[in-house]
Design a protein around this ligand. Sequence first.
Ligand code: MG
Length: 158
Amino acid sequence: MRIGFGYDVHRLVEGRELWLCGVKIEHTLGLLGHSDADVAIHALCDALLGAACLRDIGHHFPDTDPRYKGIDSRKLLHQVMAMLGERGYRLGNCDITICAERPKINPHIPAMQQQLARCMDCDVSQVSIKATTTERLGFVGREQGIAAHAVALIENAV
Ligand code: MG
């Protein structure tokens, strides 16, 4: 077994869609980024890559590459899982924490789990997603951005 950790932040701005764990959430603000800026999937990708000692998401999918402009981050996650699969790893479980003051994340968690489980070809019970505010403290509390933390455990597929 191997374990990895990931962390990501994206800025909240007007005029962008808000995508978290592959689910589009209705909100007045969205996350800014080269891709769809799904901060939770990015943290998860980094946790998975970290577990396999395969650098980070920016190394594999640079934000200077036009191929990744506006890309659905589920495609990046799918590619990360393929990289792990090529090296003989499969997912044990993962656990994501999304830090956001608004909107409310909790009602969307079952749909998010389904999206990620489908993308990683695993059971929803292997995909834990949690949400917290930061009690109005810091950039998350001021609604300037959303942060996500993730840990992932991978194991040999054989
Ligand atoms: Mg990112």
